[in-house]
Design a protein around this ligand. Structure first.
Ligand code: GTP
Ligand code: MG
Length: 148
């Protein structure tokens, strides 16, 4: 089992897509272990996207990400990083398949409504950054009906 950090970006919150995004991860069978609405400052987002610091779009990205509150979550499950990225779709909504979150709800790369960690290691790094208080731990009886 692994863990994935996802975040509904300010445009996703403004457009009322928080429930829709939660619903897709819930319906898939993943387990929600942390959730909060938060509006972190520039410094925090610069840490989150530190690997993109040299990109031309970086200032615009930070401005976008600090333009309103975000909804931060951690989901747990088998192959949740890979599977979660499939649920999200491609970075560019234009090439995201219908049926994916970005494919269904977004048009521009700079307004792609949801973030998801790109690897198990970056997920753990992002979980520590966004949930220093820790995440929940609980058992679900339904897991016996999701995993063989
Ligand atoms: P995240 O889940 O947000 O990390 O997206 P990603 O992993 O699919 O893409 P990446 O980490 O490479 O880029 C992070 C974010 O920067 C993207 O989700 C976009 O919002 C933004 N971004 C990436 N490339 C571009 C670009 O070429 N132009 C613009 N305007 N934004 C970009
Ligand atoms: Mg990324």
């Amino acid at each position: 089992l692994s863990r994935l950090y996802i975040m509904v970006k300010p445009d996703g919150v403004q457009r009322g897509l928080v429930g829709e995004i939660i619903k897709r991860f819930e319906s898939k069978g993943f387990k929600l272990i942390a959730l909060k609405l938060t509006a972190p400052g520039k410094a925090h987002l610069e840490k989150h996207y530190a690997d993109l610091k040299e990109k031309k779009f970086f200032p615009g990205l930070i401005e976008y990400m600090t333009s309103g509150p975000v909804v931060a979550m951690v989901w747990a499950g088998k192959n949740v990083v890979k599977s979660g990225r499939v649920l999200l779709g491609e970075t560019n909504p234009l090439t995201s398949a219908p049926g994916t979150i970005r494919g269904d709800f977004a048009i521009d790369i700079g307004r792609n409504i949801c973030h998801g960690s790109d690897a198990v290691e970056s997920a753990e790094h992002e979980i520590a950054l966004w949930f220093p208080e820790g995440v929940a731990q609980y058992d679900r009886a339904v897991d016996a009906w999701i995993y063989e």
